[in-house]
Design a protein around this ligand. Structure first.
Ligand code: AP5
Length: 216
């Protein structure tokens, strides 16, 4: 049975950064709900058009469409060994839907839910200096994790861009929405005995080391 790792943490905690490394080291698929929505947006699909307004305002896309999109993604071949879920679930109904889907489909279990803890004032600095790559979603920071050449991804040479929803006012709303709707998942996974608290306010490599130890 496949094993799933659910990465929890506020916007800017480092979920995407760490998920990329963990996925490579553990040989698990990386499923980022945000990246999936951004891909739909770029391709101008119906789902992308629906998600656009919510994302621009820093609100959550409705549960039903989000759950459907993730269920489809989890049925893909590369998830057979397991996956790292980055940004999903983000509400209690999404967490319950994931559990029901796993039980019904027998596709796997949630083995660990590492919660990357970072204070809100640190998050704002991280998001305002973030640069993401167009091709592979690799993430950089102009001060904390700069690319070798400004504006170009070290790994695939594609262009780096700043996300629309990293504007100060949208970031403030994303953080508020996180505390209202996503933070309750910490207790949800604690009660299931799979939560691991990780101090995310340290260098990227130190956070990776603790994450690997927590899921090992
Ligand atoms: P999404 O793309 O998931 O955004 P998020 O959760 O807000 O997370 P981020 O990508 O902003 O942060 P991260 O934790 O991945 O940090 P990162 O590694 O990039 O969602 C976007 C939108 O899509 C949502 O607002 C919503 O509208 C919609 N959506 C997505 N999922 C949904 C769902 N399930 N339900 C409904 N709607 C959904 O790091 C941030 C920066 O910090 C980078 O520059 C990085 O280089 C730097 N950094 C990382 N770690 C460190 C470190 N240890 N020290 C210093 N700098 C660091």
């Amino acid at each position: 049975m496949a094993e799933l790792i659910v990465l929890l943490g506020p916007p800017g905690a480092g979920k995407g950064t760490q998920a990329k490394v963990l996925s490579q080291k553990l040989g698990l698929a990386h499923i980022s709900s945000g990246d999936l929505f951004r891909d739909h947006l770029q391709r101008k699909t119906e789902l992308g058009t629906l998600a656009q307004g919510y994302m621009q305002r820093g609100e959550l896309v409705p549960d039903d469409v989000t759950i459907r999109m993730i269920r489809e993604r989890m049925r893909e071949e590369d998830c057979r060994k397991g996956a790292i879920l980055d940004g999903f679930p983000r509400t209690l109904p999404q967490a319950e839907a994931l559990d029901k889907f796993l039980a019904d489909s027998k596709l796997g279990i949630v083995r660990k839910a590492p919660y990357i803890k970072v204070d809100p004032q640190v998050l704002v600095n991280r998001l305002s200096g973030r640069w993401s790559c167009r091709a592979g979603g690799h993430v950089y920071h102009e001060k904390f994790n700069p690319p070798k050449s400004a504006g170009i991804c070290d790994l695939d040479g594609s262009e780096l861009y700043q996300r629309e929803d990293d504007k100060a006012e949208t970031v403030a709303n994303r953080i508020r929405v996180y505390f209202e709707q996503t933070a309750p998942l910490i207790e949800y996974y604690r009660r299931k005995n799979v939560l691991a608290e990780i101090d995310g306010a340290r260098p990227i490599e130190d956070v990776t080391r603790d994450l690997l130890a927590s899921v090992g």
